[in-house]
Design a protein around this ligand. Structure first.
Ligand SMILES: NC(=O)c1ccc[n+]([C@@H]2O[C@H](COP(=O)([O-])OP(=O)(O)OC[C@H]3O[C@@H](n4cnc5c(N)ncnc54)[C@H](OP(=O)(O)O)[C@@H]3O)[C@@H](O)[C@H]2O)c1
Length: 238
């Protein structure tokens, strides 16, 4: 049976890899990002028909509301939600501007809360569903220059575990994938040769590595409230 999957942040990087894998598994995908052209192009590139791309800024409650109403109207109830939208603005705390703190928290943390809230109606009507949020290994171990980003990702962990408890009686599962260093636009400016030495598996991950973990959590019916690290062992190295 084909499921309706909403991949927030699906136009690039990890979200795009998740969208591709789900489409390969014959699921119907709604790609969401701020850039409409990019969301549409990503949807059009997926195998299979009926995928669509929509624009939404997850940091805006009104935008999230409008988008999920449109999804319900045009595609029906959401079965799977993947929250892969995220931003980083790396800087020492003393040099981090308050407006950047707000952007990071509003996108990474509040944005995920809003999309989860907006998709619950569908999942309750469907009598089940699954959500995977994308956190980060730095939410578990911290990192210099990433205080606010780490806080947003640690916040996602508490949110994910609490929501998992809240909605388990309604057959809705909620899990968190915490990637390490993954090769995407977000990490393009980093010195990969230097940083990969700290990774026990000796390399940056590919977006597809994360997509497999997301797919596992979406499709495994007796798993909820888990944090799955996809970090090549980076957490062990600290
Ligand atoms: N790459 C890594 O090493 C790594 C490691 C740990 C965790 N993560 C997390 O994994 C997730 C995906 O990261 P990535 O590396 O794939 O990043 P990426 O390549 O920069 O892609 C980010 C995606 O999020 C969308 N997005 C950003 N802000 C948005 C907003 N306000 N509303 C809606 N969509 C928004 C972007 O599209 P638009 O710009 O068009 O909106 C894009 O589709 C993020 O949560 C990130 O924190 C990444």
């Amino acid at each position: 049976m084909s499921r309706l999957c909403v991949v927030v942040g699906g136009s690039r990087g990890i979200g795009q890899a998740v969208a591709s894998l789900l489409a390969e598994k014959s699921q119907r995908v709604v790609v969401v990002s701020r850039n409409l052209d990019a969301a549409r192009a990503a949807a059009a590139s997926l195998p299979g028909a009926d995928h669509i791309g929509l624009n939404c800024d997850v940091s805006s409650e009104q935008d999230v509301q409008r988008t999920f109403e449109q999804i319900l109207r045009e595609c029906g109830n959401v079965d799977y939600l993947i929250n892969a939208a995220g931003i980083s603005r790396d800087a020492l705390l003393a040099r981090t501007r308050p407006e950047d703190m707000m952007s990071i928290l509003h996108t990474n943390l509040l944005g995920t809360m809003l999309t989860c809230r907006a998709s619950l109606r569908s999942m309750l009507q469907n009598r089940g569903g699954a959500i995977v949020n994308i956190g980060s290994v730095v939410g578990l171990k911290g990192n210099v220059g990433q205080t606010v980003y780490s806080a947003s990702k640690a916040g996602l962990q508490g949110f994910t575990l609490s929501l998992a408890k809240e909605v388990a009686p309604r057959n809705i599962r909620v899990n968190l994938v915490a990637p390490g260093l993954i090769r995407t636009d977000m990490t393009a400016a980093l010195d990969e040769d230097e940083l990969k030495r700290a990774v026990p598996l000796g390399r940056f991950g590919e977006p597809r590595d994360v997509a497999h973990a997301v797919h596992f959590l979406l499709e495994t019916p007796y798993v909820t409230g888990q944090v799955l690290l996809v970090d090549g062992g980076l957490r062990l190295a600290s």
